[in-house]
Structure formats: C-alpha cells, structure tokens
Write a protein that binds this ligand. Structure first.
Ligand SMILES: [Zn+2]
Length: 322
C-alpha cells in the first residue's frame, strides 16, 4: 500500500508519503497558530453546519475562539509536522524533497534536520536568495540549512554536521538508479524552466512537479508550479499524466497554478488543496477544480487528509474532520 498524508499546515505544504519500502516528505511548513482570519472563517462555517446549536457557542466575538472551536469539536490548529512524525514513531526517513525555496514550504526545515535522520534530500540547484519572510530572525536557520544543502556536495555536508544526508539533484543523471528508488518521476522543472524562474525572479516556476505511480494509481504533486510548467508537462508527458487518481493542486489552489487543459487531461479522481485562509475569489480556482474532479478536499476544512492507494486499484480517504 502507498499511504499519503497531506498535513493541515495552514498556508503552506507538507506531505508525507509512505512507500512500501521508504518514507519521503515533500516540503515542510510548521506554524504554531491558526491566524485570526481563519478562526473567524471556521467559526462562521460551523454555525452553518450546526444551526441547532446556540449561536453564542460559536460567536466570533467570544473571548476565546479556540475554546469555541474545541467545544464544537474542531481543533483546527495547524498540524505540527515534527510532532506528527513523532506520534507515528518516525525518527528517520529516506528522503526530503524541497519543491522550491519559498518559506511556506521550508518553515522549520532546520529543526526537522535536527530531529530526524534523513538519508537524502532533493533540491534543484538554484541561485535564489531568501524570500521576504525568511528575513525574520527565527527563520534564518531554516534558510541556512537550505543553502548548505543546496550548495553542498555530500562531502561538504559531512563537515556541516548532517553526515547521513546526501544531496541529489534532478539534473545529475549519474544518480539515475538512486533517483528511481520508489519510482518518483520528475516532470518539472527542466533547465529552461529553471532559467525562466531565475530570469523572472519567480521560484514557483522552478518548483518540482512529481509523478508517483503505484499499481494502477497515478499521483501528481504539483508543488507551486505555474502555467509554464503545466504547458511543458502537457507537451512532454501527455500520456503519463492522463487520468490520475490524485492531484495535489498546484500553488495552494490558486488560479496561477490552474492550467485548465492540463487539469482536464489529468481528470483527477481526488484533488487535494493545502491552504490556510480562503483565497480571494479572483485568485481562487476551487470552483474550476470542482467542475473537473470527482472529489475536492482542502486541508483548510478537512484537517489532515490521508489517502491510501492499494495495488488492486482501491483507494481509501481518511480525513480528520467530516
Ligand atoms: Zn507555497
């Protein structure tokens, strides 16, 4: 069985994939607290779902919205990915994949490397500097860890204190065999997209887009890819991405990551969106996805989402909230 955990990490990404032999984590975002806007939004939704209960229970003006949420059975604080690993008795894993250097995909990457042994890391070589959020003091160690791994070969990493971690790069074909372990296919970026990303100063365009095949299942993890990436993928890998079981929507379900032709071709049975606040209507592609996909789930409303893909083609979906 292949089991994927799409964690509710607020506005950001963190996906843990249990392959039959190995565990891989794609991105990390470790926020402690749900922001006020999200709390208000959740409370309003609970009011609609529970019309029989006194509104006062869930009033957005209550002094302690956390309590109101708990009373209603919704403890929608963002999931702490490091705690989640601990609770699942995972203190070492095979691979960490950093899709691209934006903070909502790297928050507490430094802490993660301290708390778990990671055999290898995938980072596309790039020359981006820290994004604005990384200027915060508390995030400097995350960026330092990223840069050390990005700029190092395995030998250099041994000197920096993470001796078990190898850095592998998509462009290094000599590492093909190791790359093929678990059968993850890298659909994007290619060197041209990486160049476009750097020329346009837009790390989203260098985001990894990954294809996992398991039995009859196809799973596409869209990172924060944008239209350029999907055009390229549709052109290069059209057959590979036809009729997928799971699409992890690109760029938190924003219109900038929604390329209709590609989504229609992928024709996903499940579309998963990892997002915090509800997006402004102008940038929210939820409705567009809903028209195409059979099951549309967001971590925003479902909490942690676990999908179990079986070799015989079955799929189970377990969500933290109904
Ligand atoms: Zn992002």
């Amino acid at each position: 069985m292949l089991r994927m955990h799409f964690l509710n990490v607020g506005h950001g990404d963190c996906c843990i994939i249990e392959f039959p032999e190995h565990i891989t984590m794609v991105d990390i975002n470790r926020s402690q607290k749900m922001d006020d806007k999200s709390v208000k939004e959740v409370i309003s939704a609970i009011k609609i779902k529970h019309p029989d209960r006194s509104l006062r229970d869930f009033d957005e003006n209550v002094d302690d919205p956390d309590m109101a949420l708990k009373e209603a059975g919704y403890d929608l604080k963002p999931q702490d990915p490091i705690q989640y690993l601990e609770e699942n008795n995972i203190n070492s894993f095979f691979r960490f994949i950093s899709t691209h250097p934006h903070m909502d995909h790297l928050k507490d990457f430094g802490k993660l490397t301290e708390s778990a042994d990671i055999s290898n890391v995938w980072i596309v070589k790039n020359s981006f500097g820290p994004d604005k959020q990384l200027q915060k003091q508390s995030r400097i160690s995350d960026w330092d860890t990223y840069v050390k791994l990005r700029n190092s070969d395995s030998t250099a990493i041994k000197e920096t204190g993470t001796p078990e971690t190898d850095v592998l790069r998509a462009e290094e074909n000599s590492l093909d065999d190791f790359y093929k372990t678990d059968g993850i296919k890298i659909l994007s970026p290619n060197p041209e997209l990486l160049k476009t990303a750097e020329d346009d100063d837009n790390p989203n365009v260098m985001s990894y887009v990954l294809l996992i095949e398991y039995g009859p299942h196809k799973i596409v993890l869209g990172g924060d890819a944008e239209k350029e990436n999907w055009k390229y993928i549709l052109d290069q890998y059209k057959d590979l991405i036809k009729d997928v079981t799971v699409l992890k929507a690109a760029h938190h379900g924003r219109t900038s990551g929604f390329y209709e032709e590609a989504v229609r071709h992928m024709n996903p049975e499940y579309t998963i969106v990892s997002v915090g606040n509800t997006l402004k209507p102008k940038v929210d592609a939820s409705q567009k996805y809903k028209e195409i996909t059979r099951n549309f789930l967001t971590t925003r409303w479902k909490g942690n989402i676990v999908l179990e893909c079986h070799e015989n083609g079955e799929i189970n979906c377990i969500t933290q909230y109904n």
